[in-house]
Design a protein around this ligand. Structure first.
Ligand SMILES: *Cc1c(COP(=O)(O)O)cnc(C)c1O
Length: 217
């Protein structure tokens, strides 16, 4: 079980960056895990989880949540507007707000369900055509739209750097964009690069494979 190891690596990276040891929170990305494996992680004390497919999460999480009511679910996948209803009812935080139509759909659903989920705006820091996210140059306009036309609670920015690139400049860019808008939250860093992301100010790291791998053995 890798949870204590990853937790201590996160705390150490925070300290090395001159930040509080709890400045970056772990999201256990359970998208590829069975309920039995997830339950082991819950029994070890982890409560914050990330999923990237609505349908999957709808099947896995309600029973687990009945056992562990204080679970906190983060949506980290591409979100279709027609799944906004399910996303708002099941999840607690959305990390992938990336377009006007989705902002409108989430706003409407949150009003209807009387729920306020903190949202991260996803930024396509590498300008990759196949990836979701607002282009850095369009962020200010999009943020203003969310502030003026919706009740969405925007708490920060999120990115997934291009797989083939050194992530540093992407994390640095996200940090700068967040600081410019006064947004404190930064959702960045995965298994391969979470310690670097913490150096650039990550407040959430999203970790799947290195956290769960050892548990299979
Ligand atoms: C799968 C996924 C992760 C976790 O990736 P690992 O490399 O397994 O840690 C983080 N963020 C997003 C958006 C993902 O889809």
């Amino acid at each position: 079980m890798n949870l204590p190891l990853i937790q201590s690596k996160i705390a150490r990276a925070c300290k090395a960056a001159g930040r509080n040891t709890d400045a970056a929170s772990l999201i256990a990305v359970s998208k590829n895990q069975t309920p039995d494996t997830i339950r082991l992680m819950l029994q070890a004390g982890q409560r914050r989880f990330g999923e990237n497919r609505i349908q999957d999460a709808m099947e896995k999480w309600p029973p687990l949540r009945a056992e562990f009511p204080d679970v906190e679910l983060h949506f980290i996948g591409q979100l279709q507007s027609n799944k906004a209803k399910e996303a708002v009812s099941l999840f607690d935080v959305i990390h992938t707000l990336d377009r006007v139509s989705l902002a409108e759909a989430l706003h409407k659903e949150m009003q209807k369900q009387n729920r306020t989920l903190p949202c991260f705006i996803q930024i396509n820091t590498g300008d990759e055509p196949q990836k979701g996210g607002i282009a850095p140059a369009d962020l200010e306009n999009f943020y203003r739209f969310c502030q003026e036309e919706t009740d969405l609670k925007i708490t920060g920015l999120m990115c997934i750097p291009p797989a083939e690139e050194v992530p540093d400049m992407h994390f640095a860019l996200l940090h700068k964009l967040g600081a410019d808008l006064g947004l404190p939250g930064l959702s960045m860093g995965m298994s391969a690069d979470f310690e670097i992301a913490i150096r650039y100010g990550a407040t959430y790291v999203r970790i799947g494979s290195v956290l769960f791998d050892v548990m299979k053995n």
